[in-house]
Structures are given as structure tokens and as C-alpha cells.
Design a protein around this ligand. Structure first.
Ligand code: AMP
Ligand code: MG
Length: 396
């Protein structure tokens, strides 16, 4: 079967059906993608207030003596009106009393009981935050399609938005296949290896803000896989399998997926590592990414492919990773048939992103993940990449 180019694989994810929109309280919106462009329910600042601790005055009174007639603290406004020769003690965030048009910050004021004198005159509007100077009621705070960050949560809360329309977060189910695979912490028998992919997948989803995926372990057994995959497809929006997707005698993922009505979109991508990647969608929109068992390949499939599918499920309109650019510090071999996705060290010291190839890049090797910062994308071509050449990368 012919390999499909990486770019073409990414284009296929455009057909992923976005998950339904639901309205959630702001408290649980972090990390979701907005399905509306929320507007401010208030003006911000909500009322004209002091930006400093000091005295609310009339600028026109210059440096003449003034009598204190009240106090306006944050949350405790006063209803007195500041007349000629009068002042109100005011604290940061306190509502500006009627009649006042400036705040004399405490540092320029001499106080004696109920009398104050300004050491310097103040301008109209000095040390004052005007109602609506930042936002008017109805102003758009963020755009649909944006992901909710901690900063946006703060903006929405202060603007009075307590509920918001977002895409439902994707539910992910992971199936780790392989008779040889054992969870760390148990003694290894002959021919057994510790599972790297379960921990990798789990940590990656948590790190990306999706929470814990459901993870199941299945033997290289057709019936067992069918049962587990069927249950996973019913409960999750995206099913990810690890292993069993190549052409070995015990590689049952493509066969079983097909039998369960997951229509294959592609199998085998011109990428290194991660060539055996299988992708398909069931009629009800459930997506399946069949990843190879080699952990180096799983990392690429997650960072490039799973990220794109998840983004589409959440209503993103591009499948492209957020590529950045940097220069290679050494010559790097190219692959004539497949795009290489290489684990590299990133150095930003002098403002230029410098990418240094790490050793041990084979797909079954993963020890360099302990020090890799990025995945660099070196498109397939016959001539090697030269030191100083510009390439795209994403953080991992
Ligand atoms: P497979 O894709 O099932 O043919 O597996 C390819 C290679 O990856 C084999 O050497 C497997 O032993 C290894 N492998 C499969 N699953 C895992 C796993 N969960 N953790 C680490 N290595 C694995
Ligand atoms: Mg296997």
C-alpha cells in the first residue's frame, strides 16, 4: 500500500466532526474551545474610581487648604458631594465621589486632622480610573475558536460572564496491545518489556489539558481486541491504539477496526518514525488512530496527528501543528521517501532558535526523550540538510 504524504494525512483530519456545543459554568471552562464570542456584560472599570490611596479633590482648587468631609474605600462608597475647598479620603478602587475630578495621591498631601494641603496641584482626571475606559458593555472579549486560558477565565469573570458556550471536551480511550507488554512495577518474564506507551499517552493527555484518558490493556488476540475496541468506540470520541498495526501475523488492529465499521481513511504515512499509522472514522463520527508500538513513533503520532484530530473535534479550523522555525546546528541526513520528525535540543540563548540533533533517533529508542525539547520536521528529499538551514519545529 502506498504511503500518503504527511501533509495529506493532516488534510484528512478536516473531515472530523466537531463535538457538540454545551454551556458550562466558567469554573470548568479552562482548556475548552469557545463556541461563541463572549461579550462583556459590564463596563470596565464598572464605575469611576481612584487608582491610588489619597484624597478625592476638585483640581480647580489648586493647592489651597481643603476640609475632609468623608471617606470612600473600595466597596464602601460615600454619598457626600465634594464642594469647593473640600476633599474625601479615598482608597484604591474606592468610588470617586460626586463633585471630585481628581485624586491627590497620599504622597503629595500634608494632613492635619480634618484639614489637608496639597504640596503640588493635580490635573483633572489624575489618578482616576474612568468608568468604561477599558471595556464598554457589549464589547467582544474573545473569539469563538479560542481556547480558554487562565487569563481569559479572569477576563470573563470580571466582565460578569459566568457561563459560556464551549465545545465538549473530547473523551479519549487508549488500548495498549502486545503480549510482551507489562506494566512497570511487575517482574519481567522472558521476552517481556515494560510498557512505555501507556504512561506516555496518559502523561501527554494530562499535560495537554485533556485529563486522564481511559487506558486498557489487551493481548494480541483478535477476539479480545474486538471486544475492547468496540467498547472503546462506544464510550470515547477518539480511540488510540498502540501496537498491532503493522503487517505482522498478530497485528489485528486494521482487521478489527474494519470489522467494527471504522472506515479506513489511510494506513501508512510517509513519516519517520510512525509509518504504520492507521486512521479511520466510524459512521457516527468516532475516530480511531492506530499507532505503532514503538514509543518514538507514538510520540510523533501524538504531537502531530492526535493533536490535529483533537483540535478538529474541538472545532479548530486548521490541522497544522503550530510550527515555529529554527536553524540546524549540524548537517542532518534526509530521507528520500519519508519526512523525518527528529527529537532535538533547542537553544534560544541569543534569540535565534538553534536545533541540535540528539543521538538515538530510531523509532524503538526513546531515551533521548529525557532531554529532547522539540520535534523538528525535515521534509523528505534526496540531499541532506545543511548546518544553518531553516526548519520547522514544535515543542514536545
Ligand atoms: P508493534 O507495533 O506491535 O509491532 O510493536 C513494535 C515494537 O514496539 C515492538 O518491539 C514492541 O515490543 C514495541 N512495543 C509495543 N508496545 C509497546 C509499549 N506499550 N511500550 C513499549 N514498547 C512497545
Ligand atoms: Mg505488537
Amino acid at each position: 500500500m502506498a504511503l500518503i504524504p504527511l501533509e495529506q494525512a493532516l488534510e484528512h483530519y478536516a473531515s472530523v466532526r466537531p463535538l457538540p456545543v454545551h454551556r458550562v459554568p466558567l469554573d470548568i471552562a479552562l482548556g475548552s474551545v469557545l463556541a461563541e464570542s463572549p461579550r462583556s456584560r459590564l463596563s470596565l472599570p464598572r464605575f469611576t474610581q481612584s487608582g491610588m490611596d489619597g484624597y478625592a479633590v476638585r483640581a480647580a482648587d489648586g493647592t489651597g487648604p481643603r476640609t475632609l468631609i468623608g471617606t470612600s474605600a473600595a466597596g464602601s462608597p460615600t454619598d457626600v458631594r465634594v464642594g469647593e475647598g473640600q476633599a474625601v479620603r479615598i482608597l484604591t478602587g474606592g468610588m470617586l465621589p460626586d463633585g471630585a475630578d481628581a485624586v491627590a495621591r497620599q504622597e503629595i498631601v500634608e494632613r492635619d486632622g480634618h484639614g489637608i494641603v496639597l504640596r503640588e496641584a493635580v490635573r483633572v482626571g489624575e489618578a482616576i480610573r474612568r468608568e468604561g475606559e477599558e471595556l464598554k458593555q457589549g464589547d467582544v472579549l474573545a473569539e469563538a475558536g479560542q481556547r480558554v486560558t487562565a487569563g481569559l477565565v479572569a477576563v470573563l469573570a470580571m466582565a460578569g460572564v459566568d457561563e459560556i458556550d464551549v465545545r465538549r471536551r473530547p473523551r479519549v480511550s487508549v488500548l495498549i496491545t502486545g503480549d510482551e507488554v507489562l506494566r512497570v512495577g511487575h517482574p519481567l518474564g522472558p521476552g517481556q518489556i515494560y510498557d512505555a506507551n501507556g504512561p506516555l499517552l496518559r502523561a501527554w493527555f494530562v499535560e495537554q489539558g485533556y485529563g486522564e484518558p481511559v487506558i486498557g490493556y489487551v493481548r494480541d488476540d483478535e477476539r479480545e481486541l474486538e471486544e475492547a475496541m468496540s467498547a472503546a468506540l462506544d464510550s470515547a470520541d477518539l480511540v488510540i491504539t498502540s501496537g498491532g498495526v503493522s503487517v505482522g501475523d498478530r497485528d489485528y488492529v486494521p482487521l478489527v477496526a474494519d470489522r467494527l465499521g471504522v472506515r479506513r481513511t489511510f494506513w501508512k504515512v510517509a513519516q519517520k518514525p510512525g509509518k504504520p499509522l492507521w486512521y479511520g472514522v466510524r459512521d457516527d463520527g468516532k475516530a480511531l488512530l492506530g499507532m505503532p508500538g514503538n514509543p518514538g513513533a507514538v510520540l510523533v503520532c501524538l504531537a502531530i496527528h492526535a493533536r490535529a484530530v483533537l483540535g478538529r473535534l474541538e472545532g479548530e479550523t486548521s490541522s497544522q501543528p503550530a510550527w515555529r522555525h529554527g536553524v540546524l546546528t549540524t548537517n542532518v541526513e534526509a530521507d528520500a521517501e519519508r519526512d523525518r520528525l527528529l527529537r532535538m535540543r533547542l537553544d534560544l540563548g541569543d534569540g535565534t532558535a538553534r536545533l541540535t540533533l540528539l543521538p538515538k533517533q530510531e523509532s524503538h529508542m526513546l531515551s533521548n526523550l529525557a532531554s529532547a525539547h522539540v520535534l523538528a520536521w525535515l521534509p523528505s528529499r534526496s540531499e541532506p540538510f545543511a548546518a544553518g538551514e531553516r526548519v520547522a519545529w514544535i515543542p514536545i
